[in-house]
Design a protein around this ligand. Sequence first.
Ligand code: NAD
Ligand code: UDP
Length: 336
Amino acid sequence: MNGIFSRNSNTTRRNYMRKQILVTGGAGFLGSHLCERLLNEGHEVICVDNFFTGKKRNIVHLMKDPYFEVIRHDINFPLSVEVDEIYNLACPASPVHYQFDPVQTTKTSVMGAINMLDLAKRLDAKILQASTSEVYGDPQVHPQSEKYRGNVNSIGPRACYDEGKRCAETLFFDYRRQHGLDIKVVRIFNTYGPRMHPNDGRVVSNFIVQALKGEDITIYGKGTQTRSFCYVDDLIEGLTRMMNSREGLTGPINIGNPEEFTILELAQKVIELTNSTSKLIYKPLPEDDPLKRKPNIDLAIKELGWRSEEKLEDGLKKTINYFRCLLENDESTRLT
Ligand code: NAD
Ligand code: UDP
């Protein structure tokens, strides 16, 4: 399936072994950046997406690439393609989206994982799971290392996502033990950047859109809860390093930025960088909202030589520019 490959381009494309790679959730925020990165490396990419939260505008610039293919498909159903590697990213990621149809969210994590693992088993393909810091729930250990087993409320409104992702991890490790699959599990911490959905309710997109429109900035709770924000390019670098890591390095491995900010600090930074006149308003803290989150990335540093590089302020500037263009073109009102 592999072959020597060379392309003419002013991007970073090089000569190397071309692989066929499946990216589920490839039209989403992270998936679209991953597809772009893999194409730029000269690989052939199949993007599978049901467009629940994914957008065509995220991948339209890739469509002219003959090595890029899009399949509209729900991973709750089996898929038959021939690939060397699978990145399994399909799953709504923001609380607003994953709580919209919680049963479908759990199914996507569990049935989707089974379908993708069965595909990897048939093809003897390497498979990477986009897991999440949410497997640690509302953590009682801080910062969170991979050894921490978490504090998830299995019956709360976030459980469809948290427990779905935990079960997907279980399935990945059982397919390895039972069938010898080459698995990679990455626990992604809050990531932000261009192509975030403007209406997905996540804190970075909400604050930037509110600030650019001059609307009130909605702080849930007192704003003293913390998150650690990783810029999308850093995250994609971490994902690809993990996929290309030595055989037997299964993870789970944390990928995130260990710089921790309160939500109030984030709001102040966004106001400052957008020069906005928006005021802060306070709303109730959603049920089970984790009070703090910060990754311990020692394992990623040791095993992958990876650490996040982008400073929050620099990443926010790029994200603000993206949303400014989106709002000017009124793209946010278009569906797919
Ligand atoms: P996103 O919502 O932008 O992307 C998810 C994509 O999956 C969308 O394109 C959506 O249409 C697609 N999808 C959803 N259900 C599907 C199904 N049943 N079949 C096929 N496609 C389906 O979210 P994102 O931020 O890009 O997240 C991507 C992955 O990374 C998710 O698995 C998420 O859990 C994980 N993750 C993201 C973050 C983050 O901060 N962005 C943090 C932790 C984990
Ligand atoms: N948040 C907030 N205002 C918003 C959106 C989110 O204060 O408009 C808070 C939210 O309650 C949480 C944090 O910001 O404490 C991060 O929320 P997000 O949904 O981005 O990520 P997650 O909670 O999944 O880590």
